[in-house]
Design a protein around this ligand. Structure first.
Ligand SMILES: *Cc1c(COP(=O)(O)O)cnc(C)c1O
Length: 393
């Protein structure tokens, strides 16, 4: 302890979400670099196959991001101008940006105050003759309430496209996320539970999956591996103006190694969550995350909620206090409707989505990752306790 005036002060900064990379990942990447193929090829196909098996689904398409997956899911289903897509404001901007990319209209509805996922009753109220898609986000790794959404999709002939950026591995009523909706997009961004530095995976069983595959690589009827390998052919046809969204074999090498270690990494996340929960649930100025009994939580994020009435400081000051104690943290998310582009285009006011706005002001995401030591976890707990004691109303 370097700072005698503050016993809770760590010597070094605890990063919010560093990657968990071992010799296994390094060896896999070197192996690919020393092979004769480094972009989309045999390693990517292998990653897709093991990922699909892991989820329990037939189709998996490796991409350079989750955003790309959401975009081509919408595009492959022919969603465009005049169509409406219902989603949540409590998400990362890319869930909604992709709706703008295809020229459709995002229709936001508020969230459930317990799980912070989209409220199915409000989805039902928002359905119009122009609605084509429901796009739930499995916030923090807690699955959205899917049964009523599946029911609404069936009754109104809508597509269900899930943003599962946080939801590997999560399950809803015993079924893995990624095996339920028409399309599901996962993220392998550097901070996510499984990382390929940048990357994503699209799963699904809809017939339009083939079109998503074509759109992911320039709209070509055949990918490069199929053209340049021994059994391939030089001939291809462009059947749509597609995108450049393919994953490289270097990324897939990371993914294969990470997936083989996912169970172990998740077990560590769960241990940390249990330690946090045991301490924080005793403190009335704090509200710990809720887990519904019928889901398996992926624990991408540990989102603590501050009972602001019990504190003399606000969330921003709480984060400053964490930073002063060398603890990294984050906020998930600045709601979509507060960002200038969306606020100005659709005339949204903060209180248009009152649950989202209220919860936004009191959420703080604590470090939760599989490289944290027991000492790191204790440092976070002690720092939070110290802040609450110091600033209790
Ligand atoms: C990280 C994230 C994304 C985007 O993932 P990329 O792989 O970076 O495109 C989308 N939605 C949510 C909720 C996310 O947290």
């Amino acid at each position: 302890m370097s700072n005698s005036s503050s016993p809770q002060h760590r010597e070094s900064f605890l990063p919010f979400s560093p990657p968990n990379i071992t010799d296994k990942e390094i060896e896999e990447v070197i192996d690919t670099l020393q092979s004769s193929w480094i972009t989309t090829g045999p390693k990517t196909r292998e990653f897709e196959r093991v990922f699909a098996d892991y989820i329990g689904t037939s189709e998996a398409l490796a991409l350079n991001s989750c955003t790309a997956g959401l975009h081509i899911a919408l595009a492959a289903l022919g969603i465009g101008p005049g169509d409406e897509v219902i989603t949540t404001p409590m998400t990362f901007c890319s869930s909604v940006n992709v709706i703008e990319h295809v020229g459709a209209k995002p229709v936001l509805v508020d969230i459930d105050p317990e799980t912070l996922t989209i409220d199915p009753a409000l989805v039902e109220q928002a359905i119009t003759p122009r609605t084509c898609v429901i796009l739930p986000v499995h916030y923090a790794g807690h699955p959205a309430e899917l049964d009523p959404l599946i029911d609404l999709a069936a009754r109104h002939s809508l597509y269900l496209i899930e943003d599962a950026a946080h939801a590997l591995p999560a399950a809803y009523r015993g079924r893995r996320i990624g095996s339920i909706g028409h399309f599901t997009a996962f993220s392998f961004y550097a901070t996510k539970n499984l990382t390929t530095a940048e990357g994503g995976m699209l799963t699904g069983s809809h017939p339009a999956f083939d079109m998503a595959r074509v759109l992911s690589l320039h709209g070509m009827s055949r990918d490069a591996w199929n053209r340049y390998s021994a059994e391939g052919s030089w001939y291809y046809e462009v059947i749509a103006p597609g995108f450049k969204y393919n994953m490289t074999d270097i990324q897939a090498a990371l993914g294969v190694a990470q997936l083989s270690r996912l169970g172990k990494m998740q077990a560590r996340r769960l241990e940390i969550v249990e330690k946090y929960h045991a301490e924080f649930s005793k403190i009335d100025a704090l509200q710990v995350p809720v887990v519904q009994p019928h889901v398996e939580h992926a624990w991408h994020l540990y989102v603590l909620r501050l009972n602001l009435d019990a504190l003399l400081i606000n969330r921003a000051q709480f984060i400053e206090e964490l930073t002063a104690r060398n603890i990294g943290s984050s906020v998930h998310f600045i709601p979509v409707h507060l960002h200038p582009y969306y606020r100005d285009k659709y005339g949204w006011k903060p209180d248009n989505f009152p649950v989202t706005y209220h919860e936004y002001q009191r959420v703080v995401s604590l470090p939760l990752n599989s490289v944290m030591t027991d000492e790191d976890v204790t440092d976070v707990i002690e720092a939070v306790k110290d802040i609450v004691i110091t600033h209790r109303r």
